[in-house]
Design a protein around this ligand. Structure first.
Ligand SMILES: Nc1ncnc2c1ncn2[C@@H]1O[C@H](COP(=O)(O)OP(=O)(O)O)[C@@H](O)[C@H]1O
Ligand SMILES: [Mg+2]
Length: 334
């Protein structure tokens, strides 16, 4: 409560991150002076959003509301800010340009260009062929992102240092700590044990080191109305990893079994073609190995998420990713 009062006080004083769509802190007003009209505001599950018409053009604000105490939401915004500000301008993947940010845990805001009037989202696709073409665009974006951040030697772009450096030992250590607490993970515990044991080898296999989006699905892409390359958004989970993490997330966590079966093979081919075009080719067989390593990482993430949130969407995602993992296990394929 003290933190909330302090945040409310700071907001009234005009310092720090925005915590409300209508009241802008002083530094934001100073950076974007003049009249602004609030066009639309809504609260999502992981952040709140507001759109403005201003003399500086259309602006899009993503923030943690005053009444929330959600350190994870704040951390996601800070990560997205760091990516958009420091790394995204280097990469050949379109993003909503960074304009302003502030953070004081557990609050943070991020201001970008509002692309609503110039783009359309996944929801606008009304037929299966349109949606399938949309998914091909999504995997092409992933291929370009992965190829670029793999860097010239495939071991990670030189800009991936500090917090952006790949530390497989940390990922393995975390899996081993999960495996040491089977009582926390119920029916998933044996799978976690398998994955913790297999992970050192899965991660040591030859594959690029890159940056992954971390939460990829069709809702994270905006398509320009006049055509042209799509825009990838929502970098709150972006992190260094192996590329299979994104591909497995899209195919095993976000698509259902029928979609995976019907669309998976073609999407993998589109991904391979685009990655080769951007200088990081991968054979079909090597891609299957990349995807398996990425699936292991997704099982761990989804298990952790399901433990934090009881939401039915997460539980369903967990059932699904566990099923896909089991389908590919040696005991089932022998
Ligand atoms: N810069 C932007 N311009 C226009 N719309 C945006 C922009 N950023 C996000 N959106 C819209 O807001 C939605 C939620 O934003 P997103 O960053 O994906 O947050 P969440 O973590 O809640 O998914 C997106 O699905 C998209 O429709
Ligand atoms: Mg999103």
């Amino acid at each position: 409560m003290r933190g909330r009062l302090r945040a409310a006080w700071a907001a009234l004083e005009g310092d720090g991150p925005a915590v409300d769509a209508r009241v802008w802190p002083r530094d934001l007003c100073a950076a974007f002076p003049g009249p602004r009209r609030l066009v639309e505001a809504w609260t999502g599950e992981g952040a709140a959003f507001a759109r403005y018409a201003t003399a500086h053009g259309p602006l899009f604000l993503k923030y943690v509301p005053l009444t929330w105490h959600d350190p994870r939401a704040c951390a996601r915004l800070e990560r997205e800010t760091a990516y958009l500000r420091d790394l995204a301008p280097l990469a050949p993947v379109l993003h909503a340009p960074f304009l302003h940010a502030a953070a004081r845990a557990p609050h943070a805001h991020l201001l970008t260009r509002d692309l609503t009037d110039t783009t359309t989202g996944w929801g606008a696709f009304s037929s299966d062929p349109e949606r399938e073409a949309g998914l091909r665009d999504v995997v092409r974006l992933l291929a370009r992102l992965h190829a670029f951040w793999a860097g010239p030697d495939g071991h990670g772009h030189p800009a991936l240092t500090g917090a952006w450096a790949w530390r497989p030992g940390d990922v393995i250590g975390r899996a081993q700590r999960m495996a040491a607490r089977p009582q926390d993970y119920g029916v998933a515990a044996p799978v976690i044990a398998d994955i913790a044991a297999a992970l050192p080898e899965l991660l040591a296999a030859p594959q690029p080191v890159t940056l992954v989006h971390g939460d990829i699905h069709a809702g994270q892409v905006l398509w320009p109305l006049g055509g042209g390359p799509p825009v990838l958004i929502d970098y709150g989970q972006t992190h260094p990893s192996v590329p299979g993490e994104d591909l497995a997330h899209l195919l095993a966590v976000r698509l259902d079994a029928a979609e995976r079966e019907n669309l998976g093979p073609a999407l993998r081919e589109v991904y391979r073609e685009e990655r080769a075009r951007h200088g990081v080719p991968v054979s079909g067989r090597a891609l299957a190995a990349e995807e398996r390593a990425g699936l292991a990482l997704n099982v761990l993430t989804t298990v952790r998420q399901a433990r934090r949130t009881r939401g039915s969407g997460v539980q369903q995602a967990l059932d699904q990713v566990l099923e896909v993992w089991a389908e590919g296990s040696p005991r089932n394929t022998r």
